[in-house]
Design a protein around this ligand. Structure first.
Ligand code: SF4
Length: 303
């Protein structure tokens, strides 16, 4: 008798054998003068980036082009999702200087587009929404021409309060990642709920139909194609007009195992599927991350 995979409630799926990554996932070393320069700038400003904390494979390219995704509210997450490399633990209270330091840094970097995300802050009554709002206010004041994308956590436990706070200072783009298919939520996002994330997106869309809505999903965790299709349809129904689809890469052997490498051809097929479903923007590729080429993949944000 075959046992079900206890983590996915599905049939057992073979784990990928150890070996070299396929050629399409190999990236040049991130060591460059630009990387060092930005790292120094961020440390001096007391800022964190998800690029560094999550060991994103694109850091050499993004930092090399002078872009980054800021991670506010510290570098310790209150959850421990086994796909993610951000450290978890008991975070510090929000830094009151963070909004102005971030705005100053964006100004120094001469960015025209900025992505701001955060760790999960289940310890805060508003899930960290007030700090997001303060960061947006500081950016609007210091860098009025910069377009702002926020990539928010699920605010589980306080979605109404968080959306109310965020509603007072809307960004140019609202992003919340769905991450995976509902069947895999328990092993991949144990502290989260698929329907809750969809509701967060649709609630925001109802309140702010003029702000483009974006989400993202990782492939390679054991999901079936039909399940991915359902997620894309659910995202469209929730009001998402933009989606990112990328390859899951386990940060270490202790993280959730990789089930398969998705070929560049299949990513192109998903891009076509997304367009057929009516998404205005579909970024689909092995190295695509939520914030990868965020400015170029946001054509609907004319200013
Ligand atoms: S893809 Fe996003 S997280 Fe990765 S390095 Fe680029 S900006 Fe940072």
């Amino acid at each position: 008798m075959k046992l079900l995979d206890p983590r996915t409630s599905g049939p057992p799926i073979p784990t990928l054998p150890a070996g070299p990554k396929p050629s399409w996932l190999r990236v040049p070393s991130p060591a460059s003068m630009e990387v060092v320069k930005l790292r120094t700038l961020f440390r001096q400003a007391g800022l964190h980036t998800v690029c560094e904390e999550a060991h994103c494979p694109n850091i050499g390219e993004c930092f090399g082009k002078g872009t980054a995704t800021f991670m506010i509210l510290g570098n310790l997450c209150t959850r421990a999702c086994p796909f993610c490399d951000v450290e978890h633990g008991k975070p510090l209270p929000p830094d009151p200087d963070e909004p102005s330091n971030l705005a100053m840094t964006v100004s120094l970097m001469k960015l025209s587009y900025v992505v701001v995300t955060s760790v999960d802050r289940d310890d805060l009554p508003d899930g960290g929404a007030t700090q997001f709002a303060k960061v947006i206010q500081s950016l609007r004041a210091k860098c009025p021409d910069v377009r702002i994308e926020i990539l928010v956590p699920d605010f589980r436990g306080c979605p109404e309060m968080a959306l109310e706070i965020l509603g007072q200072t809307p960004p140019d783009l609202f992003n919340h990642n769905i991450e995976t298919v509902p069947r895999l939520y328990r092993p991949v996002r144990p502290g989260a709920d698929y329907r809750h994330s969809l509701n967060l997106l649709s609630s925001y869309h109802k309140k702010h139909p003029g702000v483009p809505l974006k989400s993202g999903i990782m492939l390679g965790l054991g999901e079936e194609k039909e399940e991915v299709l359902t997620v894309l349809k659910d995202l469209r129904e929730s009001g998402c007009s933009m989606v990112t689809i990328g390859q899951y890469l386990p940060p270490s052997r202790d993280h959730l195992p990789l089930r398969r490498y998705v070929s560049p051809k299949e990513f192109m097929e998903w891009e076509q599927v997304g367009r057929t479903l009516g998404f205005d923007s579909v970024a689909s590729g092995p190295l695509v991350r939520s914030s990868y080429h965020a400015e170029e993949t946001s054509p609907c944000l004319e200013k």
